[in-house]
Design a protein around this ligand. Structure first.
Ligand code: PGA
Length: 252
């Protein structure tokens, strides 16, 4: 863990979950054993924000969305604004996930606009960064991360923000970065943030599961986890929350 902020375990449901499944998930959510050290959040699809928000909050889980548009309102068919997410009870919003960069063609410029708009509305962005396999193999990881973080130049360093390092080759593949790779890359990200005058939590994401979570969360510079597949079931998600509680107890 870095600094004094709590570690964050956040579940990104991606395009999964209908109401019946989501209500069952919430009913099965166990207790966070260390709320003073571990914060828990869930990012379900937009359609589940209203029905889940208060139920999650009652269990001490913060609500987040997976995407946002940068305009406050108007003729943007199919888009959701930062104000709408606030209205639905969101604290967090994921911005710049690799699936949006790669499948929906989001550029760093668009991501910067979304980041600013989300912050102005009082949301805390979870800004995802990460390299592709070819980039890692070509020794270009740091260069890619540096370019993705450059959008923070001119952004208020005091505005709440969390970074998530998600190597694209580790997302949904079952292939996680090794503790050495995670430690080295998180150190670079913290250094680069410092150079930009920023200081934020840096989560790790990419095939985090109950078996590998404790080891990953115990790496220096890892301030939490962004969990995709393993967040869809309450028991595996809670196991990761418990792993975070153990990892932060060791580090404190
Ligand atoms: P995964 O997804 O845990 O299923 O690899 C993580 C993410 O994309 O946030």
């Amino acid at each position: 863990m870095t600094g004094s902020t709590r570690c964050l375990v956040a579940g990104n449901w991606k395009m999964n979950g209908v109401l019946a499944e989501a209500l069952e998930f919430v009913a099965q959510l166990g207790e966070n054993p260390a709320p003073e050290r571990v914060e828990v959040a869930l990012m379900p699809p937009f359609t589940l924000l209203y029905p889940l928000g208060e139920k999650l909050l009652a269990k001490g889980v913060r609500l987040g969305a997976q995407n946002v548009y940068y305009e406050p309102k108007g003729a943007f068919t199919g888009s959701i604004s930062p104000l709408m997410l606030r209205d639905a009870g969101c604290h967090y919003v994921i911005i710049g996930h690799s699936e949006r960069r790669d499948i929906m063609g989001e550029t760093d410029e668009v991501i910067r606009k979304k980041l600013k708009a989300a912050m102005e509305a009082g949301l805390e962005p979870v800004l995802c960064i990460g390299e592709h396999l070819e980039e890692r193999e070509a020794g270009r990881t740091n260069e890619v991360l540096k370019r993705q973080l450059a959008i923070l130049d001119g952004i208020d360093p005091a505005a709440p923000l969390t970074i998530a390092y998600e190597p694209v080759w580790a997302i949904g593949t079952g292939r996680t970065a090794t503790p050495e790779q995670v430690t080295e890359t998180h150190a670079f990200i913290h250094e680069e943030l410092h150079r930009l005058g920023h200081k934020h939590r840096v989560l790790y994401g990419g095939s985090v599961n109950p078996a590998n979570a404790e080891g990953l969360l115990a790496c220096p510079g890892v301030d939490g986890a962004l969990v995709g597949g393993a967040s869809l079931k309450a028991d595996s998600f809670m196991e990761i929350v418990r792993a975070a509680a153990r990892a932060t107890a060791q580090g404190s």
